[in-house]
Design a protein around this ligand. Structure first.
Ligand SMILES: Cc1cc2nc3c(=O)[nH]c(=O)nc-3n(C[C@H](O)[C@H](O)[C@H](O)COP(=O)(O)OP(=O)(O)OC[C@H]3O[C@@H](n4cnc5c(N)ncnc54)[C@H](O)[C@@H]3O)c2cc1C
Length: 441
């Protein structure tokens, strides 16, 4: 049995599978972070022989389908069907965790409550926010329309379930001309994906005799290939070796498609005005930013992210609130891999807070990983922590900046398998995989 008075109080508050009401722990979001943390918390109680009442932990999310989003690069590269990476959300939430099938409209952290879009109120003792990032299609004029149109618009993105397979069709249907791949200025999930898809397309064009007929160009809002210097130089050398052109500090602001007249307009971030580029196909990574409902809430920092301590993941103003994943203010690259390392830290610190009234001493060091597909059969495994300091799992054995086949299979085959088998079940503990970290008492 759970020993604490807090839990006993909770048990009285949630004696049945209520979908609203009051819960001990409410997790907002049933994505990578929400599922991992809800399940790891439940597992931690169970492993100590502490019984959880149904509904002690509740996950709030209206989404009926859960997606393994890193798989969308694999789909866009023609290696798997997109359905392989989708699961009904319900199938990933075990019986003992309640699933509230509505989205959150607003937070009232002073009242330990949140309001659902359905109008109902949910109370909590502890809150974890893991609601992801917002994709701002509207910030690029004409983008939404171009993405929604069939293949002949020649514009696609792997950042959306609906179009990730269109990307592959687009690559396959491009016989000659200019293939543009864009990366926006500003925050995004998986900062390596915009160039991964360019390398895969280039390799496909090459293997099928379409190079040099197709010219590949990567146009990025960043002044460099990648935000971490250790990998950026190697990536720049790699793309030059492949013959991929690059244009830096250019941010896509408009897409014009009129029959066979296709133009991408970029804001020149170094100069003043804009730059126009014609294209025969374009892969766009749309701008992203914090979700509106978080941005306007008392939980947000000035930029709109959930304002948590970079080391403990506890909210800076509301001690019973934690956050992880893409919606958090954690100053690291937003990836599912980062979430694997954030989850055990959050669980430890929250459990200690629940039991002793003091937050635990577990520290998140910013670990994140970006597996950069560089072609069919090769991958550069970038792993780093806060400050862009390399934190490589295989660093003692190999220079991870050199693309390798084993890394490719790790990202293409092992990670997707481990994600559904272990990560969303709360059984993945960062770079050490299935081995839970030991934290200071
Ligand atoms: C193309 C692509 C490639 C990627 N490649 C990699 C990779 O190789 N490696 C890697 O580690 N990561 C990769 N990522 C990033 C990774 O998928 C994300 O970082 C990760 O999914 C973030 O998890 P999250 O829980 O923060 O958000 P998500 O998994 O996006 O989940 C957020 C959840 O919150 C829910 N939600 C939203 N609003 C509300 C609301 N108002 N109320 C309740 N619920 C709400 C959503 O429905 C969703 O279920 C990639 C992502 C993409 C798109």
């Amino acid at each position: 049995m759970l020993a604490t008075p807090l839990i006993t109080a909770l048990r009285h508050a949630s004696t049945s599978a209520v979908s609203t009401g009051r819960h001990k722990i409410v997790v907002v979001g049933a994505g990578s972070g929400g599922l991992a943390v809800a399940n790891q918390l439940a597992n931690s109680f169970k492993s100590e022989g502490k019984e959880l009442a149904k509904g002690d932990i509740a996950v709030v999310d209206a989404a009926t389908t859960h997606h393994f989003q890193p798989g969308w690069t694999i789909v866009g590269s023609g290696l798997r069907a997109k359905e392989d990476f989708a699961r009904p959300t319900d199938s990933l939430i075990p019986e003992h965790i309640a699933h509230i099938k509505s989205n959150v409209k607003e937070f009232s952290p002073s009242a330990n409550a949140l309001v659902l879009e359905s109008g109902e109120t949910v109370g909590y003792d502890f809150l974890i926010v893991a609601a992801g990032i917002q994709i701002n299609y509207d910030k690029v004029k004409g983008l939404k329309e171009a993405l929604a149109r069939p293949l002949e618009s020649k514009v696609s993105t792997i950042y959306n379930y609906d179009t990730c397979d269109k990307t592959w069709d687009l690559i396959e249907s491009t016989q000659s001309g200019k293939a543009l791949f864009t990366q926006p200025f500003g925050p995004l999930k998986c900062a390596g994906a915009p160039q991964k898809v360019a390398y895969m397309a280039h390799d496909r064009f090459k293997r099928t005799g379409r190079i040099p007929g197709v010219g590949v160009e990567f146009v990025t809002g960043l002044p460099v290939m990648f935000g971490v210097p250790h990998y950026s130089k190697a990536l720049d050398a790699l793309r030059q070796e492949k013959g991929i052109e690059a244009d830096f500090a250019k941010d896509l602001c408009e897409v014009r498609v009129d029959g066979s007249d296709r133009v991408a307009v970029f804001k020149d971030l170094k100069g003043e005005g804009t730059v126009e580029k014609s294209f025969d196909m374009m892969h766009v990574v749309p701008p992203m930013g914090p979700l509106e409902f978080i941005k306007r809430s008392p939980l947000a920092d000035a930029a709109g992210w959930v304002d948590v301590s970079a080391s403990s993941l506890q909210h800076v103003k509301f001690p019973n609130v934690f956050s992880l994943g893409d919606c958090s203010s954690l100053p690291t690259s937003k990836t599912a891999a980062a979430i694997t390392a954030q989850t055990p830290v959050l669980v430890e610190n929250l459990r200690k807070l629940m039991e002793t009234g003091e937050v635990g001493k577990a520290v998140y060091d910013g670990y994140t990983s970006c597996p950069l597909f560089t072609g069919y059969g090769s991958l550069m495994l970038a792993e780093f922590k806060y400050g862009g300091v390399p934190s490589e799992t295989f660093g003692a054995l190999a220079d991870q900046r050199i693309p390798r086949r084993p890394f490719y299979h790790l990202a293409k085959d092992v990670f997707p398998y481990a994600y559904f088998k272990h990560m969303v079940k709360g059984e993945w503990y960062g770079p050490k995989g299935l081995i839970p970290p030991v934290f200071p008492a």
